[in-house]
Write a new protein. Structure first.
Length: 330
């Protein structure tokens, strides 16, 4: 398989970059502003060029001709948990991403964000992005993807933009959902049982479902817990205490009816990270990197579809995916 390249922006802990690597992309460079996240990238991929920089000050001219420009631009401007200021939010980096596309002229662009961006409130904003990409010779495709459809044991809906040069755009379709879903019990049951906790079998029964979305929080808001009150209640129904992150899994000294907390490794698995992927920084920083990541299995699935389009290989879209695309456009 011939190598195709990606310039990764807002790379975070590398969830999207890892998934795209699994899809056959070679990382030309990974751009990230957070020092701990940059160290995470260097720790796991010493051969990658990691650029620690503010995206607004970064130039992509050096990467002219890269196959794919990809990134998860900050979500607070569009999150229902925030003020949804969109273009009026200083953290909105879509303009910077579009500037970089003009500078490096990739064959394809992939940008992911929260479900809030798909709402009617931002219809004009989405149209403006599509228009600007159109002026650059791209045809844009939006779709709301549930991470649970691609082997990730949490809902984690993401609104994904894929724009391709018009000559290859007709070859692209978003990937088909998998036929079955991964559950929390299947994903982390062995980790819960690792220290001999006697309640693990009953816990597996409760956790035989898909989890709510893990929330990483920001430097200003949110710590090492599993999100707002509603999310904590949903986690409790799965047999997980969402009020914090444990240093170790439950052990033989814990009661059978103990409500365990996730460890960082458990949270990373629920995000789709492999166990060999290490995270740099303190506990809260590590959890923030994990919780804010784009799950690697989802990035791999979308990346495979983009790679197929670049190579001229058409991938058929399932009826379910077509229906979700129609609903997202309404």
């Amino acid at each position: 398989m011939s190598s195709i390249s990606v310039l990764e922006i807002c790379a975070g802990a590398g969830g999207q970059a890892l998934g795209l690597e699994q899809a056959g992309f070679a990382t030309a460079a990974a751009v990230e502003i957070d020092a701990d996240a940059c160290n995470t990238l260097r720790l796991n991929r010493p051969g990658w060029t990691v650029v620690e920089a503010d995206l607004k000050e970064f130039s992509a001219h050096e990467y002219d001709g890269v196959d794919l420009l990809a990134g998860g631009v900050p979500c607070p401007p569009f999150s229902v948990a925030g003020k949804q200021l969109g273009a009026d939010d200083e953290r909105d980096l879509f303009p910077a991403a579009l500037r970089l596309a003009r500078e490096c002229k990739p064959k394809a662009v992939m940008l992911e964000n929260v479900r809030g961006l798909s709402s009617s409130r931002f219809v004009d904003y989405r149209r403006a992005i599509i228009q600007e990409l159109g002026d650059m010779g791209y045809e844009a495709h939006w779709e709301l993807l549930r991470s649970s459809d691609y082997g990730v044991p949490q809902l984690r809906p993401r609104f994904v933009l894929v724009a391709l040069k018009r000559e290859i755009s007709r070859e692209f379709n978003f990937p088909k959902p998998l036929e079955s879903q991964m559950t929390v019990a299947a994903a982390i049951g062995d980790l819960m049982a690792a220290e001999g906790w006697g309640g693990v079998e009953e816990w597996r029964k409760k956790a035989a479902a898909v989890a709510p979305t893990i929330v990483g929080g920001s430097k200003k808001h949110g710590g090492a817990d599993l999100g707002p009150t509603r999310a904590k209640r949903q986690w409790a129904e799965l047999g997980v205490d969402g009020k914090g992150i444990a240093n170790e899994p439950p052990n033989s000294s814990h009661a059978i009816d103990h409500l365990p907390r996730l460890t960082l490794r458990m949270a990373a698995r629920i995000q789709g990270f492999p166990d060999h992927w290490e995270f740099s920084g303190g506990k809260t920083s590590k959890y923030r990197q994990i919780g804010n990541a784009f799950p690697p299995p989802v990035a791999r699935s979308v990346g495979q579809a983009i790679a197929a389009a670049i190579r001229g290989e058409r991938v058929e879209k399932s009826e379910e995916a077509q229906m979700r695309l129609a609903l997202a456009a309404e």
